[in-house]
Design a protein around this ligand. Sequence first.
Ligand code: PEP
Ligand code: MN
Length: 345
Amino acid sequence: MIIQLSQHSDANQISNIKSFFEKKGIEFFFQDFNNQFIVPAFNDEGALKQFNIIKSIIEINTPFQLSSKNYKTKTSFSVNEVEIGGTDLNLIAGPCSVESDEQIFSVAEFLNSQGIKFIRGGAFKPRTSPYSFRGLGNKGLKLIRNAADKYDLRVVTELMDLSNLDKVYNNADIIQIGARNMSNFSLLAELGKTNKPIMLKRGMSAKATEWLLAADYLLCGGNENVILCERGIRSFDMQSRNVFDLGVIPLMQSLSHLPVFADPSHGVGKAAYVNKMGLAAIAAGADGLMIEVHPNPKKALSDGEQALTFSEFSDFIIASKPLLAAINKGADFINNNKTLKLESF
Ligand code: PEP
Ligand code: MN
């Protein structure tokens, strides 16, 4: 449960509540900036009647609390004037890794020509093998920032560890926490103290509850700008890179108020299936998509097999429009954010 205190509660009254829980051996988390207690393992409302500084109590019967839909109906926020989690679909695109000046500037120019508002690209890459390309590091961060600034794009890039927090923070508009770091709780706790939007990808074997508890690590520190991103989970079939879990999109939207994005590129791992599954994710109700695009996928230094060419990505944009019209949804890449009419297709 979440126990919200009145504005006028003083330190003494707050410590009385703390002692109440301490005596009972019940874990609690006090958010001083929000003037509220988060007490997941407690549901005896009656026992709290003695504390007259309590303004309201929100019952939440799940381990995750602040990400729960019982706490809040919907989260939306703006990233340099583009709303995330609003009525429009957001589309993030770009290469897996920032590789060179020419590569990232040509992607940025292309994305801008398509009306896209967000560019992705990793400068610090979590690679399974230490012998694979691990990103350009700081140089890559600067390149993607400059390319984004030139072409009026917002940067989504991954932070792998706290040693690079300042640099990534200063160059990103949204910080991506990758699947491999979804359970890096000290990293999440630190990011929770910032107000930078975070895109939290689902761990490869994370259950819905584990994913939302990871989101709670960000939220309980005070960062309310969190996006969830489904990117496929591990299963037994070696034919596909991952199993793209479309069902988790409406599930997360029913459990949580956070925007739910989907990444069909990592979800399926093969360029030929990305467009279909991207459309499927829109149909499943995703608030946004992230798609890997490369000027020359065959030469990509990471994830070339799943990267779309410019023309395949344009095909996706074209195919998405009648679908968006059919479900009466706008998109941030459609000028003026006007919802399209199905009759025009
Ligand atoms: C990526 O987005 O390039 C990436 C490494 O993603 P994930 O963490 O989902 O594997
Ligand atoms: Mn990738």
